[in-house]
Design a protein around this ligand. Structure first.
Ligand code: SD4
Length: 326
């Protein structure tokens, strides 16, 4: 395993201070066992998403239904300003949404740059189930959504509009780590049958360029799973996750024998090294969650502040992920 000193090297990290290496004890957050079902989701709002997903799994529902129904709760919550209704708009004041979903057969569906639809995750599922394609974007995705019975509505809440107007005063694009840009909800579930599914949905980076699409709707970047191995999902700076095929990489490391914890940590380290070479570390934050076929799970992020919600038989909660930099 790469030691923290090796990982960080002698890089000048500007104003960033360094924290202590995660201890072996902290690694115990990665849970082992054949317990099923299990659901994990990114960030605080993962708790409410899990509260909907887990009972479905307990009743014997599929991981696919659970990951769709779970994240829908967050999409519809106007208080969550990084997902669905109430999401921060782009720099033209438009709320544009990205989402994807993947099942045990490696079926997947995705929508990107979708406007005026509260539940992009359900449109993504329809793309998966009702079309020969995987990804629909923009106007085409909207047309398809309407053809499937989804209703258009204004997603820009007064609160998000107020924040946008404030941003317009300076119109400076400067992502604030863990606040503006990093609250996508990603969910991974293992059902009683032992099958996996995953979902990911977001309004993307606040004040992004009109038309910008992040990692969240891209299979292999924001989400990936292989039902023989496990699943992984990302949060954070989408460009960094796309550049490294982040979630696919986590799953491939798990295939080679890494635990979910080690796989998430190694990919985070790889992104760190890449951004160090690019001299572009200042605003970088990425985080991953991973869930193995055996129900072992973990989260890891580059910087402090990332957490994930988990639920398994007899246990649920919110776990602060280990990280490499303060
Ligand atoms: C993106 N990864 O669009 C997303 C942003 C986000 O938690 O909120 N991630 O880049």
């Amino acid at each position: 395993m790469i030691k923290r000193r090796d990982f960080l090297g002698k890089a000048a990290l500007g104003t960033v201070s360094l924290s202590a290496l995660p201890t072996m004890a902290m690694k115990a957050e990665s849970k082992k066992g054949a317990k099923k079902p299990v659901v994990i989701s990114t960030w605080n709002h993962g708790v409410q998403a899990n509260e909907t997903a887990y009972p479905l799994l307990e009743k014997g529902g599929t991981a696919l239904d659970a990951v769709e129904m779970g994240v829908r709760v967050v999409e519809a919550d106007p208080k969550v300003m990084t997902v669905g209704l109430g999401g921060f708009p782009d720099r033209e004041g438009k709320v544009t949404l990205d989402a994807c979903i993947m099942d045990k057969h490696s079926n997947c569906g995705s929508v990107a740059f979708l406007q005026n639809i509260v539940h992009p995750i359900s449109v993504a599922r329809k793309v998966m189930e009702e079309t020969p394609h995987i990804m629909l974007v923009g106007e085409g995705a909207l047309q398809f959504a309407k053809s499937q019975g989804f209703k258009e509505e204004n997603l820009l809440t007064p609160e998000a509009e107020k924040a946008y107007k404030k941003w317009l005063e300076e119109s400076k694009y400067q992502p604030v780590i863990n606040i503006e840009n990093h609250d996508t909800i990603s969910m991974l579930a293992l059902d009683k049958n032992g099958d996996l599914a995953g979902s990911c949905t977001t309004s993307g980076a606040a004040w992004k360029m009109h038309g910008r699409v992040g990692d969240s709707p891209i299979i292999g970047a924001g989400l990936f799973l292989d039902n023989e191995v496990g699943g992984a999902a990302a949060t954070g700076l989408g460009e960094a996750v796309i550049r490294t095929a982040g979630s696919a990489m986590v799953v491939e490391l798990m295939r080679q024998g890494d635990s979910p914890y080690d796989a998430c940590k190694k990919v985070t380290e790889r992104i760190y090294q890449l951004y160090k070479r690019r001299d572009d570390l200042q605003y970088l934050q990425v985080g991953f969650i991973a869930l193995s076929k055996t129900g072992e799970y973990a989260g890891y992020s580059l910087r402090k502040g990332f957490n994930y919600a988990f639920q398994e038989p007899g246990k649920n909660g919110l776990s602060d992920a280990d990280f490499s930099m303060d």
